[in-house]
Ligand binder design. Structure first.
Ligand code: T5A
Length: 209
């Protein structure tokens, strides 16, 4: 893959309600103010094919086998990398902000669905799936904060949001595992207020550009 040196891939991760959408808005403005073109994408989704897979998973009324889940997310990811991310990053001064990436698969399918982290890592060891971001922000919150923010929002729960506390605790362990094992991850205490989180992220981004 040809990657332009002025272009960057930024990833946001965290459990439901961690504030990814909120902080992505700020990061979008940050890079625009620095003269970059910003491309915001989400996983699963971001392409016509990926959005179909997103609905197939998140609107499913029956339990999907964990291995099927892992492969569906990886399929949507391969497509978004091939169709969108690689072509964008080959151009000058482009920023791709991805709302979730393969660390979600490690946390959700590897830990919470108990497939094991290694199975997910192995699934991502060749092109296009082996692309690593320049930086990944893990917005870390606890179970109680996630529940409180989800209930304050009051929208209908999707496939994963209906899960129990054991599932959410495993997710947090999964993200902690990622933070220990992948050097591109910066863990931010996202239970703190929005301004604090924004400042932590900005200070990391200033070092990146
Ligand atoms: N999935 C995904 C997998 O299982 N495997 C995979 O490989 C991938 C890629 C995607 C689902 O798919 C799963 C994971 C997910 O379950 P989604 O609809 O994209 O689902 O859902 P999320 O990414 O979880 O998005 P959410 O909207 O639930 O969470 P956000 O974006 O993190 O949170 P946000 O910014 O909307 O904030 C939530 C609320 O909290 C407030 C906000 O104002 C908002 O009301 N808030 C704060 N309040 C106080 N202090 C702060 N610091 C705050 N920050 C935000």
């Amino acid at each position: 893959m040809h990657r332009h040196p002025t272009s960057k891939l930024i990833v946001f991760e965290g459990i439901e309600g961690s504030g990814k959408t909120t902080q992505i808005e700020f990061v979008h403005k940050f890079f625009e103010n620095h003269g970059h073109t910003v491309n915001r994408l989400r996983e699963p989704g971001g392409t016509q094919f990926g959005e179909k897979l997103r609905s197939a998973i998140l609107e499913s009324e029956t339990m999907i086998h964990p291995l099927a889940e892992a492969h569906l997310f990886a399929s949507a990811r391969a497509q978004i990398l091939f169709e969108k991310v690689f072509p964008i990053l080959s151009k000058e001064k482009q920023i791709v902000i991805l709302d979730r990436y393969f660390y979600s698969s490690i946390a959700y399918q590897g830990f919470a669905r108990k497939l094991g982290a290694q199975k997910i890592i192995d699934l991502h060891n060749e092109e296009p799936l082996n692309l690593r971001p320049d930086i990944c922000f893990y917005l870390k919150i606890d179970l109680e904060t996630s529940h409180a923010r989800q209930s304050a929002r009051g929208s209908e729960k999707d496939y994963f949001e209906k899960s129990n506390n054991e599932f959410y605790s495993a997710l947090i362990n999964g993200y902690d595992y990622c933070a220990e094992n992948f050097k591109e991850i910066r863990t931010i205490d996202a239970a703190k207020d929005i301004e604090y989180v924004k400042e932590q992220i900005n200070s990391e981004l200033t070092k990146l550009i």
